[in-house]
Design a protein. Structure first.
Ligand SMILES: [Zn+2]
Ligand SMILES: [Zn+2]
Length: 318
């Protein structure tokens, strides 16, 4: 659809306003829940093991590391904290969650619940830190879709966490709403992905004021009819799989092997949405090679189109 240039010229201002809203200090009457971003990288984080390219050697040299994609939810009314994913960087991410919440880490019950998307390393290995070698939590609710719940109950070392009652797996029916915190609704939505050990879900989180989608890992949008529309229905802000920008960051790989939607493809499909609501679609789960992590021209292109790369520490009232 044609749009007048005048509205395009306003885009940077609108985007700045939206981003300012995301980073704004809490208003006088804050929303009861705040969603915060605790990590934006793909499973391997940045730097990634074994990578000697500038993307990772510079991160090692400067200490500016990035943890795998992870969200937190702060319940301001009851002082409760929810983690969305338990990544290998869980200690640092939970510490950041407490810092953003203005609370102190509290021994065994570092958080009050964990939502998981699937059994790939960046998304659930952090559960090990709730076991006897580290925090040794007590009956920490871990919300998981049926195959993932079964995987955790059956496989070592996860089944030991359950046997020792350090975690309590809550099996979640696909598409059915639950309340991981009182007043916060969460719905696990099945998505196509490389499902060796578990199915994969996206989480849709709804508080009294907003609905946020979290879909860090998904196959290309055309792998299932209506997939993107189904996920975005009723969503105010979407945190979306941004693993690869356009594939050119992987010169040795056959593009047909890459199942993730490219950032460029997602931007093409959602261009009207991004024009109408700049900043509503935010990329995370970026591979260490993704130029959107460090190339100013690529970042400017994303921003000019009304999209954003999520940032650690950004927050949204729910
Ligand atoms: Zn992943
Ligand atoms: Zn995955």
């Amino acid at each position: 659809m044609h749009r007048p240039l005048r509205s395009l010229a306003l885009l940077p201002c609108l985007l700045a306003l939206c981003l300012a809203a995301c980073h704004a200090p809490a208003p006088a009457t804050p929303p009861p829940f705040e969603l915060v971003v605790l990590g934006i990288a793909q499973d391997g984080g940045v730097p990634q093991l074994g990578c000697d390219q500038p993307c990772c050697s510079e991160a090692r040299a400067t200490g500016r590391t990035l943890g795998p994609a992870c969200l937190g939810v702060i319940d301001h009314r009851h002082g409760k904290l929810l983690l969305v994913e338990a990544t290998p960087a869980v200690e640092r991410q939970v510490a950041l969650l407490h810092q953003l919440a203005g609370t102190k880490p509290r021994g065994r019950q570092a958080v009050d619940g964990i939502l998981l998307t699937h059994a790939h390393i960046g998304h659930y290995l952090g559960l090990a830190h709730f076991g006897r070698e580290a925090a040794a939590s007590r009956q920490l609710p871990v919300f998981a879709a049926p195959r993932l719940a079964q995987f955790l109950r059956r496989e070592a070392p996860w089944r030991q966490l359950i046997a020792l009652e350090q975690i309590a797996v809550v099996e979640c029916a696909l598409g059915a709403a639950l309340e991981p915190l009182p007043g916060l609704t969460a719905v696990p939505l099945r998505v196509p992905h490389r499902d060796e050990f578990s199915e994969t879900v996206a989480w849709r989180l709804t508080g009294p004021t907003r609905t946020v989608l979290f879909v860090p890992d998904v196959d290309r949008w055309d792998s299932e009819p209506g997939l993107l529309d189904r996920l975005l229905a009723g969503v105010d802000v979407a945190y979306v799989d941004g693993t690869f920008f356009d594939g050119s960051e992987l010169p040795d790989r056959d593009l047909r092997e890459i199942r993730h939607p490219f950032v460029t493809d997602t931007m093409a499909r959602l261009q009207e949405l991004a024009k109408a609501r700049p900043g509503a679609v935010r990329f995370l789960h970026l591979n260490h090679t993704n130029p959107a992590l460090r190339n100013p021209a690529v970042r400017a292109r994303i921003a000019a189109l009304g999209f954003a790369v999520a940032e650690e520490g950004e927050r949204i009232g729910l």
